[in-house]
Design a protein around this ligand. Structure first.
Ligand code: ADP
Ligand code: MG
Length: 252
């Protein structure tokens, strides 16, 4: 599944995220993620696709630690983080519904994570200014979330994660509710910040066409399992299973 075809050692060397046999069984007995293994190379834009209910969100929440995995190991930058608390994982998560603090301004939303880890005021101000500048939000710093458009809200949500400079940023259908024109504009924005920052992205969508536009690596999930992981070219031109062939070909 790795892009590198050299020795096993070389192929592994650049994997910033290594997920092995990850399993999640919910308390009601639902097997949501069924022993999946995949890795992501540093700096890649990895897109996980699959139909609704196949386990994409459960996978992301297990990575960030907001859901406790039932089994398996998660390694980030060489460290086993399987049992680490969320705040120690160096992973950001951006949701479809933004989850901004409604009573805080744009700048206060962006500053929140830095305040929680006890950063100095000067540092907070500088980093918030930088991230709002990068996200084209500087003019909106004092606005409340209710005064923002959907695209602006999602840029605030991204700012709130990016200000912490995570090694890995997870995005769970972040453009899901937006109209097509706004989606395309936000896709360009995401590709720009991914290019500008040294952050690895794992991006979840059920939209195959969007995945093709964004991904360096595509992971195709179905029913809690991985059907195929590879480059856009591999998944599109050499589907490993009948499911991949149908699902990826669906809207093309
Ligand atoms: P996706 O994000 O791909 O739509 P999810 O990870 O949300 O999929 O869900 C995977 C499976 O786990 C689905 O069958 C879903 O109904 C089930 N599920 C999700 N959350 C819970 C929960 N808290 N308790 C029990 N089952 C759940
Ligand atoms: Mg989901």
């Amino acid at each position: 599944m790795s892009k590198t075809n050299a020795t096993t050692g070389d192929a592994r060397r650049d994997a910033v995220l290594d997920v092995s046999e990850l399993t999640k069984i919910y308390p009601d007995g639902t097997l949501a993620v069924d022993g999946i293994s995949f890795d992501v190379q540093a700096g890649d834009f990895c897109v996980i696709i699959g139909p609704s209910g196949c386990g994409k969100s459960t996978t992301l929440h297990s990575l960030v630690g907001t859901i406790e995995a039932t089994d398996g190991t998660i390694t980030l930058d060489g460290a086993d983080i399987t049992d680490a608390p969320t705040y120690e994982r160096d992973i950001g998560l951006v949701f479809q519904d933004f989850q901004l603090f409604p009573h805080l301004s744009v700048a206060e939303n962006a500053a929140y994570g830095l305040e929680r880890i006890g950063a100095e005021d000067d540092e907070i101000e500088e980093r918030v200014d930088d991230v709002l500048e990068m996200m084209n939000l500087a003019d909106l710093a004092d606005r409340q979330p209710t005064e923002l458009s959907a695209g602006q809200k999602q840029r605030v949500a991204l700012s709130r994660s990016l200000v912490l400079e995570p090694t890995l940023l997870l995005l769970d259908e972040p453009l899901g509710d937006m109209d097509y024109k706004l989606q395309k504009q936000m896709e360009r924005e995401l590709l720009r910040i991914h290019h500008e920052l040294d952050i690895t992205f794992v991006y979840v969508t059920h939209d195959q066409v969007q995945a093709m536009r964004l991904a360096d690596q595509i992971v195709v999930m179905n029913d809690g399992q991985i059907e195929q992981s590879g480059s856009v070219d591999e998944v599109y031109n050499s589907p490993a299973t009948a499911f991949v062939s149908t699902f990826v070909g669906d809207s093309n």
